[in-house]
Design a protein around this ligand. Sequence first.
Ligand code: OSB
Ligand code: MG
Length: 369
Amino acid sequence: MRIDAVELAIVRLPLVRPFETSFGRMSGREFVLVAVRHDDAVGWGECVADVDPFYSAETTATAWHVMSRYLIPAMLGDRVADPRELPAAWRVVRGHRMAKAALEMAAWDLQARLENRPLCELLGAAARPIPAGVSIGIHPTLEALVDRVGEELAQGYRRIKIKIKPGWDRAPVEAIRRAHGDVPLMVDANAAYRLDDAAALTALDAFNLMMIEQPLDYDDLVRHARLQARLTTSLCLDESIKGVEAAEDALDLGACRIINIKPGRMGGISATLAVHDLARTRGVPLWHGGMLESGIGRAHNLHISTLPGFTMPGDIAASRRYFVPDLIDPPIEVGPDGAVPVPPGAGIGVVPVPDRLRAATIHTERFAS
Ligand code: OSB
Ligand code: MG
């Protein structure tokens, strides 16, 4: 797989509605979009890093810096024969997994297009409808939240996840249970709690939640293990699962019973396959997370979600919840059965609409071999 050129763009898209988590309120996304070229074929990737270092240490600016200065020079020309070789080619660069993932995933898309196969087949899986869940932000009132949950259930989503933080945890869960009964429900704290706050989390054991996602610090497996020992509800880790070693440590320590896989957070598809295989061997349920990606990142997520270890609905929602219009056309849609079809065709099956991409792009740079 000779790589003739890599193009980076900073793309800015406003969100349909603001999304509030324990770490802040997001009203748009500003991300690095990657195009990797071989002759006329193009592979696409989307970096999940945000402008602010709140979900993780990486940002749009650090991703740009590390890609342009270190990662792209190591992948241009004939330096790698296959996307599987990229992690080793980049091993000298510590961390920066989001930057690596965007380039690596674009290279996988390119490889699949060159073989004229859907990405899911290159991964050893086959297209299947992907059960969709929805991630709902912190709302100004309980009434507004309960209404929003009702609207999403009416769209067909198969599980509801709400964002929580200290002071917004028991009451919203109780309100949803009262209004909507025993719907599949989980909460995501994005690392907002300390072990000292355990009482607020053990109080959630009364509500039959599917799981509590990432209550403690982004880097803290040991305290998650102590917390899990005090909870009947399963913990799921997101931020803490940086790769296969962290996943193995988390399972060995008992820090979680469920894993949220985000290739964009873990360094890409090779890391995802490793965590997937580990979790399957150990009988650990997986689901595919989301990072408010445009249709490019979301199409990658759908193809990856076809792997057999993804046994729970993911944060894989319709384009219209995030961006109108999306960068891709047709947009990603959820069927009345609460499942999303995998985009058919070679690679990830979608490309950005040129006019829309141009209108959303604020900076570009091209690197050629
Ligand atoms: O923690 O899963 C998270 C969005 C941005 C950053 C982190 C997270 C999220 C979401 C939304 O929960 C997932 C999505 O719908 O794309
Ligand atoms: Mg999360």
